[in-house]
Design a binder for this molecule. Structure first.
Ligand code: NAD
Ligand code: TYD
Length: 347
């Protein structure tokens, strides 16, 4: 058996990662530690819930002592996804981001050392590099760290603490920095699921500012395949940028594609006040992970976007429950009486 401790496995990317591990690594035994904040939803894993190789522990990464007894090492891998992840919320409430993303990462690094850990993966974001002008070259791993939002700043701090744990204590740390992901089970406060579900319901589509901001979209499975490679074959201390599969699009271009796939009118688009400090463009140079680990993205936006819309069409029950808040009762119903779990209550 190969033992994986995954944090944030009830969120968007983490739940897709857990599913990939169960599918592609038959010897994987997984403990998923998640606090189940508003962004955590065990219904994201309902299809693999009965798998005996997967165990859930409700716990706060910033309070590892409250659940460590339920997740004893040694671990072959610790993959740290758990984070507060929404830029707009970080502008309103930065302290929660510091607690989870900064303190939580330090606690997870200490936990990994104390329990024993083969490789620790710090799941990071390209947003730590800040913003690009239209003609600038893509972010490389040597681009300066210049975060512009409290979210990005807290993730930059987390990356630097992970590096320090490698240099100071010799913990085998590998850090990834990925561009914007899309795929199943993304919480509908983020751009694509918000727009798709609103458009399906003929609700307005709030576009920040002129809508000409550029993101470098990558399918979540391509991201997770890169994380798997980084965990199993990554170099200690390495940083791997992930993204850049012909995925650069303006927000408006993405919206027009979605509306045309759905057969909905562009009159649903509403330009609203811009986000404060809104990064204009992200673009990723992923040449290091391509050369070192042979990673290649496989899903183009041309195939990925229609498939995404189709997923939201066929999973209306899932997003109806998220949008209405009904998903909040699932954990209590399924696990409440059986599992202790640590940590502070979900927000
Ligand atoms: P998400 O918000 O969908 O999920 C986050 C998960 O972490 C949730 O299940 C939540 O309950 C859990 N969590 C939050 N605070 C916690 C705490 N204190 N203790 C334990 N669990 C806690 O986020 P996501 O989009 O899946 O992102 C996962 C990771 O990938 C994050 O570290 C994020 O910074 C990074 N990332 C995301 C993207 C993207 O496009 N979404 C791109 C690059 C990197
Ligand atoms: P988001 O999904 O929040 O990801 P990030 O800010 O981390 O890149 O937003 C993606 C882009 O979409 C970003 O440029 C902000 C924009 N956006 C809107 O125009 N309207 C919205 O309602 C949201 C949530 C985002």
């Amino acid at each position: 058996m190969t033992r994986w401790l995954v944090t944030g496995g009830a969120g968007f990317i983490g739940s897709n990662f857990v599913r990939m591990l169960l599918r592609e690594r038959p010897d994987a035994e997984i403990v998923n530690v998640d606090l189940l904040t508003y962004a955590g939803n065990l219904e994201n894993l309902a299809d693999v819930e009965g798998d005996p190789r997967l165990r859930f522990v409700r716990g706060d990464v910033a309070a590892t002592e409250t659940w460590a007894a339920e997740a004893r090492g040694p671990w072959d891998f610790v993959v740290h996804f758990a984070a507060e992840s929404h830029v707009d919320r970080s502008i309103e409430d930065p302290v929660t981001f510091l607690r989870t993303n900064v303190t939580g990462t330090q606690r997870m690094l200490d936990f990994a050392r104390a329990e024993g850990c083969g490789t620790y993966v710090q799941v990071g974001t390209d947003e730590v590099y800040g913003t690009l002008a239209p003609e600038d070259p893509s972010f490389t791993i040597d681009s300066p760290i210049r975060p512009n939002s409290p979210y990005a700043a807290s993730k930059a701090a987390a990356d630097l603490l992970a590096r320090a744990a490698w240099r100071t204590h010799g913990l085998r740390v590998v850090t990834t920095r990925c561009s914007n992901n899309y795929g199943p089970y993304q919480f509908p406060e983020k751009f694509l699921p918000l727009m798709i579900t609103n458009a399906m319901a003929d609700l307005p589509l709030p576009v920040y500012g002129d809508g000409l901001q550029v993101r470098d979209w990558l399918h979540v499975d391509d991201h997770n395949r890169a994380i798997l490679l980084a965990a199993e074959r990554g170099r200690a201390g390495a940083v791997y940028n992930i993204g850049g599969h012909d995925g650069e699009r303006t927000n408006l271009a993405m919206l027009r594609d979605i509306l045309s796939i759905l057969g909905k009118p562009e009159s649903l688009i509403r330009h609203v006040e811009d986000r404060k400090g809104h990064d204009r463009r992200y673009s990723i140079d992923s040449s290091v992970i391509r050369a070192e680990l042979g990673w290649e993205p496989t899903v183009t936006l041309e195939e990925g976007l229609p498939a995404l819309v189709e997923w939201y069409r066929s999973h209306r029950a899932w997003w109806d429950r998220v949008k209405s808040g009904a998903y909040r009762g699932y954990y209590e119903k399924m696990y409440g009486a059986r599992l202790g779990g640590g940590g502070s209550p979900a927000r």
